[in-house]
Design a protein around this ligand. Structure first.
Ligand code: FE2
Length: 376
């Protein structure tokens, strides 16, 4: 294990692309109206903004939801020949945009395309009565896009083109605070190129690496590398499948997403016990709890923790420790019928890592689900 802290590692990242954090995550979905209801009801997101025919947008409808600092945008096409419809036909519901809140959207585009990024959207300035937003975009893995959003001159609900969306239905939030990391799955032998892309194009650094010797079960294996920007606000772990006796969860994802894409979004809470209880009561489905032995060995593995092991066991929450502290985490089942995108709920108590000590328990749990689907 390296003796450098994460702070020391990320200090090496280049600052030609100052990022303040995630601006929004946009999913292209088959029915945004119903998806918005699901994210409000099940996860406790609040209605923020809307764009669609009523606001002069003819080709799509888009709902903006928020909880803590997490902004989700759910967008659907209104006609079959639109590129959003094509995206959904191929990939199913999934993440199209990981938008980054930047200091300067024009220079973000210039600096990244100069370093080899494939353009998605040339820089534009859009305006309404609340001010202006400057944005641009580039492709990352698969058909996934990083938008650069600069909003220092804007005070509206989301951005020009959207109007405030108020609803009579406002379920309680579930204590979700911010996006901790967003994980991408890439194809065979694509890890090194993707890591190099984040280093060269985005100025990110690789802060953690796991090979297939470290991440494996009896049946399958994968490799994972975590890329971070200079302030640590944007962390993008990348997974690649590895050879195993049976099909890995990454291969299953690639097959059903029909390409590379976002595997999971980790959202942070300050009280995972309460958050998970709330989410479960509202119908969010989580992966099965690890076996009894996992909790029996917990004290030996992670030492003293503030939470009661019995409570963690009841909810199926996983715990891991690194040099800087510990973390608690749990993973939902995929939120679509295709075994693709899922969410992680994470509470950090000092630890800045990603739960490597839980990988085995997690993947065994995933494999039980894969087996039920006939995909192992
Ligand atoms: Fe994660």
């Amino acid at each position: 294990m390296s003796t450098q802290t994460f702070a020391e590692k990320i200090a090496k990242a280049q600052d030609f692309l100052p990022i303040h954090g995630t601006d929004y995550v946009e999913l292209y979905v088959g029915n945004a109206k119903q998806a918005a209801h699901y994210y409000k009801t099940a996860f406790g997101y609040q209605s923020v903004a809307y764009a669609g025919p009523e606001t002069g947008v003819k080709e799509f409808a888009s709902y903006v939801l928020q909880q803590g600092k997490i902004r989700l945008v759910l967008t659907t096409a209104l006609k079959s020949d639109h590129k959003i419809a094509e995206h959904v036909r191929k990939h199913g519901d999934g993440v199209k945009v990981l938008a980054l809140w930047v200091e300067d959207a024009y220079s973000a585009f210039e600096e990244t395309t100069k370093r080899g990024a494939k353009p998605y959207m040339e820089p534009v300035t859009i305006e309404d009565e609340f001010g202006s937003v400057r944005m641009s975009g580039i492709y990352t893995y698969g058909e996934t896009v990083h938008m650069f959003v600069e909003r220092k001159a804007y005070s509206g609900p989301f951005m020009p083109g959207y109007r405030a969306w108020t609803s009579d239905y406002n379920p309680e939030n579930a204590g979700l605070l911010y996006i901790d990391h967003c994980v991408g799955n890439v194809g065979w032998n694509r890890m090194n190129d993707t890591v190099k892309w984040y280093e060269e194009v985005m100025g990110f650094v690789n802060i953690l690496s796991f090979d297939d010797k470290q991440i494996n079960t009896e049946y399958s294996a994968l490799m994972s590398k975590v890329m971070s920007n200079g302030n640590g606000f944007s962390k993008f772990p990348i997974n690649e499948p590895a050879e195993g006796k049976k099909k890995s969860q990454i291969e299953e994802y690639l097959e059903f997403y029909e390409g590379e894409g976002v595997q999971h979004i980790a959202v942070a809470t300050a009280n995972i016990l309460e958050t998970v209880k709330t989410l479960k009561s509202r119908g969010v489905e989580f992966l099965g709890a690890p076996p009894e032995a996992y909790y029996e060995m917990m004290h030996n593995r992670v030492g003293e923790i503030d939470e009661e092991v019995a409570q963690l066991k009841e909810l199926g929450i996983l715990v891991d420790r690194d040099e800087e502290g510990y973390l608690l985490q749990i993973f939902t089942k995929p939120v679509e019928d295709r075994p693709t995108l899922f969410f992680e709920i994470i509470q950090r108590k000092g630890a800045q890592s990603f739960g490597a000590g839980n990988f085995k328990a997690l993947f065994e749990s995933l494999e039980r689900e894969q087996e039920l689907r006939g995909n192992l």
